[in-house]
Write a protein that binds this ligand. Structure first.
Ligand code: CO8
Length: 259
């Protein structure tokens, strides 16, 4: 898989694909082509039966320092409307396989929002999260006012969005924004460790469980419970359900095939 602004390894580890944002001189600023690359890679990895979990990472200095300010600065509202960059983001949200963000350094603006579209976040101790758009006369546009508020609550999100201040990895962990903080040399390995705990599960169960958790953001509790129940019933149509329960009863390790 070859792209302009990302490096993709579909076989980074058994069942685990890696997407690395690759504009290091610009702190991985998310220009339109980079986001298009991420979207296209995710579509391909989602269709690859060998891949069961995806990690998105940057480099030690920056996960991503936000949307590319130089690319955006001269645009008008209608240019932005026509570019319709958020259809790319909507497609990322539709990825069926679990996505883990492995974050070191800056995760700012669109970079913080990209982490939050992922399903889980592992951060290095050096990671900094923020929505600094307010400092350049705009506001978050990739989900920062919505996903951040749902993740950490109104008061904390309001402070981050209105002051543009950054929070450390440890604070992000306290706030419930991320899953784990580890020393900088371990953040990618720790993301792989987390992915390894998922890749030997039934991929169909993982897919429907992910979908159900995400629906909780968009539905009332009763609608969500109904949605969950349907997915739960559906898994009884899979061979993996028979295998998983038989393996439990026979006291052996299940061998899930995604059928
Ligand atoms: N866009 C374009 N270039 C950038 C960006 C960016 N967001 N961030 C850094 N760069 C470039 C710098 O211009 C610099 O380039 P050059 O060497 O050619 O001058 C290079 O990266 C290195 O950056 P610095 O010299 O500034 O490095 P410092 O260590 O001094 O500072 C900071 C690091 C604090 C991260 C600083 O670069 C900074 O404040 N960056 C901007 C952060 C920001 O405001 N992000 C929000 C952008 S707006 C946004 O994300 C809207 C989201 C909308 C939805 C998402 C759509 C994709």
């Amino acid at each position: 898989m070859s792209f302009e602004f990302i490096l993709v390894n579909p076989k980074y580890a058994e069942g685990i694909a890696l997407i690395q944002l690759n504009r290091p001189k610009e702190l991985n600023a998310l220009n339109l082509q980079l986001m298009q690359d991420v979207k296209n890679a995710l579509i391909q990895l989602d269709a690859d039966n060998e891949v069961r979990a995806i990690i998105i990472t940057g480099n030690e200095r920056a996960f991503a320092a936000g949307a590319d300010i130089k690319q955006m600065s001269g645009k008008g509202a209608i240019d932005m409307l026509k570019i319709d960059q958020f259809s790319t983001w909507d497609q990322i949200r539709k990825t069926k396989k679990p996505i883990i963000a492995a974050v070191s350094g800056f995760a700012l603006g669109g970079g913080c929002e990209l982490c939050m579209v992922c399903d889980m976040i592992i951060a290095s101790e050096t990671a900094k999260f923020g929505q600094p758009e307010i400092n350049i006369g705009v506001m978050p546009g990739g989900g920062g006012t919505q996903r951040l508020t749902k993740a950490i609550g109104k008061a904390r999100a309001m402070e981050m969005v209105l002051t543009g201040g950054f929070i450390s990895a440890h604070k992000a962990l306290d706030f419930g924004l991320i899953n784990k903080v580890v020393p900088v040399e371990l953040y990618l390995a720790e993301a792989v460790n987390l992915a390894k705990k998922i890749v030997d599960k039934s991929p169909l169960a993982v897919q429907l469980a992910k979908e159900s958790v995400l629906q909780s953001f968009d539905m009332s509790l009763q609608e969500g419970l109904y949605f969950e129940r349907k997915n739960f019933y559906m898994l009884f149509a899979t061979k993996d359900q028979k295998e998983g329960m038989a393996a439990f009863i026979e006291k052996r390790k299940a061998n899930f095939k995604g059928e």
